[in-house]
Design a protein around this ligand. Structure first.
Ligand SMILES: [Zn+2]
Length: 322
């Protein structure tokens, strides 16, 4: 409608992709990943402001404490990347290996084994001026080229009015869990050997903001598919978030927040006092029925162009979706 709308560049794809909304009608280049996590224990992936908190608020193990902080993008990034790799692998393609071939691996042959199981050597896809795989684009390869998706940290606070979901923030409650490491020697009768503390956040609800440095439809397609995959497989050990999964942490309910929403609508999603408007319902329908599949078709075309064994998606005919 407006004169200077920014449209999607699809010239590099071998098929016609018809996304019925322009870039500036979406939250792009930002994409919001909705997160709902009962308990998250990402090892050292939590930084808190507790040292700045006044003495009467500094009760690290008190669930009612007022401690805010950040969850590292590294923890989140590994989880997202894993989902992206699975999407490509289940489609029959291979993904860039996350590690360098020359790195030291504890187990001999582990890299070789991975190369037989859905990975290609990191960066091998960009040799000979090849365009590279989508994983390489999004997450970066070697130091000279940063990934096309910027993964921000998630700031959290236990105080809901201080949380701005349009900035990629979440309501969450930090505390330290004390766990006892007990002796397994029968003679010790299970007596505690030492105390271990770990940082956790509980009841995390909010958004993780991703920003595309370059908006290509196949990037959106891969992120959308990866988040759906992670959500559908959230109870699988491999797809959980953070390190300490052994006591039930890291199960993530997740979704891409409809990119057609305005900031006000995005806030409304996380405002328990307000229901979705009819405008939001309409946008959900447009996203589901007209936009989402087109982004995924762009991903399929890009993947098929790299891997000749995969079929190029069919051209849409008369608005019928395949
Ligand atoms: Zn690659």
């Amino acid at each position: 409608m407006a004169e200077d709308t920014q449209t999607f560049d699809t010239s590099h794809l071998d098929i016609d992709v018809d996304i019925p909304r322009d870039i500036d009608e979406m939250s792009l280049p930002d994409i919001y990943v909705g997160l709902d996590i009962d308990l998250l224990a990402p090892g050292d992936g939590i930084v808190t402001d507790r040292h700045h908190a006044s003495a009467d608020r500094y009760e690290a193990d008190d669930p009612q404490n007022q401690i805010a902080g950040q969850i590292s993008p590294f923890t989140l990034s590994g989880w997202l990347r894993h989902g992206c790799e699975r999407v490509l692998q289940e489609a029959g393609a291979t993904a860039c290996h996350p590690g360098n071939a020359s790195a030291d691996y504890m187990l001999k042959d582990v890299y070789e084994r991975d190369l037989d199981a859905g990975y290609h050597e990191k960066g091998s896809c960009v040799e000979d001026d090849d365009a590279g795989c989508v994983i390489h684009d999004l997450f970066g390869g070697f130091n000279d080229r940063a990934g096309r998706v910027i993964r921000h940290p998630v700031r959290f606070s236990p105080i809901r009015r201080q949380v701005d979901v349009t900035k990629g923030e979440a309501e969450a409650h930090y505390r330290q869990l004390n766990t006892q490491v007990r002796s397994r020697n029968a003679e010790d009768d299970g007596q505690p050997l030492r105390q271990a503390t770990r940082d956790v956040v509980g009841n995390l609800v909010g958004t993780w903001r991703l920003t595309l440095r370059e908006v290509k439809p196949e990037y959106v397609g891969l992120l959308v598919e990866a988040i759906d995959y992670l959500d559908a497989h959230s109870d699988e050990f491999d797809m959980q978030l953070g390190g300490a999964r052994n006591f039930g942490a890291g199960v993530v309910d997740t979704e891409i927040v409809n990119p057609l929403y305005t900031d006000a609508e995005l806030r409304r999603v996380y405002n328990r006092a307000q229901a979705a408007t009819s405008g939001m319902d309409t946008k959900d329908e447009v996203w589901r029925e007209q936009c989402r599949d087109e982004f995924v078709r762009a991903l399929q075309a890009r993947t098929a162009a790299r891997d000749g064994d995969l079929p190029m998606p069919a051209t849409r005919t008369g608005g019928e979706s395949a």
